[in-house]
Design a protein around this ligand. Structure first.
Ligand code: ATP
Ligand code: MG
Length: 276
C-alpha cells in the first residue's frame, strides 16, 4: 500500500495585504470541520504572526527545526509543531526575525519530508516576494493559490505572473479574488478577468467581510470554526468550501483521522481476538 502524503498548498500573492493569512486560517478551519489533519507552515519569515493570531506559545520555530537538523540535534518533528487543536498544528515563523536570513530554501523539502506523511493537507502561508524561498516552495507545492484584491498595481503584477506561468507551462495555480475587504473596489470581476488575462477561479464575496475580525484573532479563534460565523456568513463559507474542495476532495480519500480511527478499531478487534 502506498504511503499517503499530504497535499501541499501554498497561499501567496503578488502584493501585500490581500488576505493570504486570513484565508490560510479560514481554510484550515474548514478542513478541521471535515476532520482532516492540517499543518500550517508560517513561511512569512520576516513578518509572520500566525502564533499571535492563534494565541500559540511555540517553544521552537521553523528556524530551530532547520538549525537542529543541520547540527544533528533533531529528534522528533513533534518538538517543532505547535498544537492549535486536535486537527491543526502549526510550524511558526522565526521568533527572532534575524534568523529568517538563516533559513535557506534547500531545507524546505526536508521540512516537507518530515511532515508530509502525518497530515492530510499542509497549508503554507507566504509573503508576496518572488524570492528564492518562495520560488522553491512553489516548486514543492501541489497547488499554488494566489489571493488578489481590487488593486490596479496588484492586478498588473498578477497579469505578469500569469504570463510567466503560461511560458513555463505550469498550470497548478488558482486565482482567488478577495472581495471581503473594507474598501469597495473600482474594477468589476469582468474587468479583472481581462486585466489579469486569466479566469478568477474563486471569489471570497464581500458578504464574507467580518467586521470585528481582529476580535476573533485576539481570542485565538479561527473564524470558520466559530458558530456565529457559520450561521451569519453562509455564502462566504460556501465559496471557501469550494476552494477547500480543490485542496482536498474528502469524498475520494479517507482522511488521516478516519484511517487512525479505523486502525484503532482493528487493533481493538485483534486484542479482543487474542483475549478469547
Ligand atoms: N474576511 C475578512 N473580513 C474582514 N477583514 C478581512 C477579511 N479578510 C482579510 N481581512 C483583513 O485584511 C487585512 C489583510 O489580511 P491578511 O493579513 O490576511 O493579508 P496578507 O495577505 O496575509 O498580508 P501580508 O502580505 O501582510 O502577509 C487584515 O487587516 C485583515 O483583517
Ligand atoms: Mg500574511
Amino acid at each position: 500500500m502506498a504511503i499517503k502524503e499530504a497535499k501541499v498548498v501554498t497561499i501567496t500573492s503578488v502584493k501585500g495585504g490581500t488576505g493570504k493569512t486570513v484565508t490560510t486560517l479560514n481554510l484550515a478551519g474548514i478542513l478541521e470541520n471535515r476532520k482532516l489533519k492540517v499543518l500550517i507552515i508560517d513561511l512569512d519569515l520576516y513578518a509572520g504572526g500566525i502564533d499571535l493570531l492563534l494565541k500559540l506559545e511555540p517553544k521552537r520555530d521553523l528556524f530551530n527545526l532547520i538549525d537542529d537538523v543541520n547540527n544533528n540535534q533533531f529528534e522528533s518533528i513533534d518538538d517543532y509543531t505547535c498544537k492549535y487543536s486536535e486537527y491543526i498544528d502549526v510550524i511558526t515563523s522565526p521568533h527572532d526575525p534575524r534568523n529568517a536570513n538563516k533559513i535557506y530554501s534547500k531545507y524546505l523539502n526536508l521540512v516537507l519530508g518530515k511532515t508530509k506523511s502525518r497530515y492530510d493537507v499542509i497549508l503554507v502561508d507566504t509573503n508576496h516576494f518572488m524570492n528564492d524561498i518562495n520560488l522553491v516552495m512553489f516548486d514543492a507545492s501541489d497547488e499554488i493559490v494566489y489571493i488578489i484584491d481590487n488593486d490596479l498595481i496588484g492586478l498588473k503584477n498578477m497579469r505578469t505572473m500569469v504570463s510567466i506561468y503560461t511560458d513555463m507551462e505550469k498550470k497548478n495555480y488558482k486565482i482567488i479574488l478577495n472581495e471581503a475587504k473594507k474598501q469597495k473596489g473600482y474594477f468589476t470581476p469582468y474587468d479583472i478577468k481581462h486585466m489579469i488575462n486569466n479566469n478568477i477561479n474563486y471569489t471570497i464575496p464581500s458578504s464574507f467581510y467580518i467586521k470585528n475580525i481582529e476580535k476573533y484573532f485576539l481570542d485565538g479563534k479561527i473564524p470558520t470554526l466559530d458558530k456565529r460565523i457559520k450561521s451569519y456568513h453562509k455564502k462566504g463559507l460556501a465559496n471557501l468550501e469550494k476552494i477547500a474542495n480543490l485542496l482536498y476532495k474528502v469524498e475520494k480519500k479517507e482522511s488521516k483521522a478516519q484511517i487512525e480511527e479505523q486502525k484503532k478499531v482493528e487493533i481493538q478487534n485483534m486484542l479482543n481476538e487474542t483475549r478469547k
